[in-house]
Design a protein around this ligand. Structure first.
Ligand code: URA
Length: 235
């Protein structure tokens, strides 16, 4: 397993039963008031799901949905559960047989962005240290980043080029290999059944690529030594 030394004090990431301990983070962030348009509307700040202390893969989404805002955990609403199911499914053809315990879940933002509030880069900048700390606590072997907000957060880019697809791009965040893909939760917003079917096929194909990439990563970069990046962008 990847070494966690020298990153944060042990006491910060190892709670009882060796679990990454988010207590300090929660204390610091649960009353955050940095984004006026978001904190007034939120029920709570949604932190990462740290139930899996040894998770190898950290999945980063955009922000908590309506249900997550109520329940206080990421990826637990309808769309979130669908993401969990599709992403953590074994893929024998790709040689990807990791169990659900190898996945941890987080978001680029801790607060929900309500439907009538436009997304703003300031939100990402303000919330930057929160995801940063969560990544340091888990020290994942790789990150799967879902959607454009997670792309902007983890690629170090401020904008997307016109017509640019981030689906399938590879990069590296502070030495951790990152795979970027379209957000599978979009399936819930597509009403046209043909569009929906096409997008579902794209998601399945991309997840197969991700799982194949992950297997290669393990071959060339066993977790113990996983300090180097795999791709083009170094954020
Ligand atoms: N639920 C989350 O917590 N994050 C997403 O990006 C989508 C659904």
């Amino acid at each position: 397993m990847r070494s966690r030394s020298n990153v944060v004090p042990r006491s910060l990431f190892e709670g009882s039963e060796g679990r990454p301990d988010s207590t300090i983070l929660m204390k610091e962030w649960s009353s955050c008031q940095k984004c006026a348009a978001l904190c007034g509307n939120r029920k709570q700040v949604v932190f990462w799901d740290a139930q899996q202390p040894k998770a190898e893969i950290l999945v980063v989404g955009q922000w908590p949905g309506r249900d997550e805002n109520k329940m206080g955990f990421p990826f637990l609403g309808k769309a979130g559960k669908l993401c969990r199911e599709m992403i953590s499914k074994p893929d024998e053809a790709a040689g990807f047989l990791l169990g659900k315990e190898q996945f941890a879940w987080a978001n680029a933002l801790g607060c929900r962005v309500p439907d009538d509030v436009p997304f703003h880069m300031d939100y990402l900048d303000n919330c930057h240290p929160l995801l940063e700390a969560e990544i340091k606590l888990l020290q994942p072997a790789c990150i799967l980043a879902l959607g454009r907000v997670a792309f902007l957060r983890l690629s170090g880019r401020r904008t997307l080029r016109t017509g640019e697809s981030t689906n399938g791009q590879r990069g590296s965040y502070k030495g951790i290999p990152v795979f970027f893909m379209d957000h599978p939760a979009r399936l819930y917003r597509l009403v046209n059944s043909l569009e929906r079917q096409k997008f579902q096929e794209l998601v399945e194909k991309t997840l197969h690529e991700f799982k194949t990439w992950h297997k290669e990563l393990r071959k060339h970069e066993p977790r113990e030594a996983a300090e180097g990046g795999a791709g083009a962008a170094e954020a």
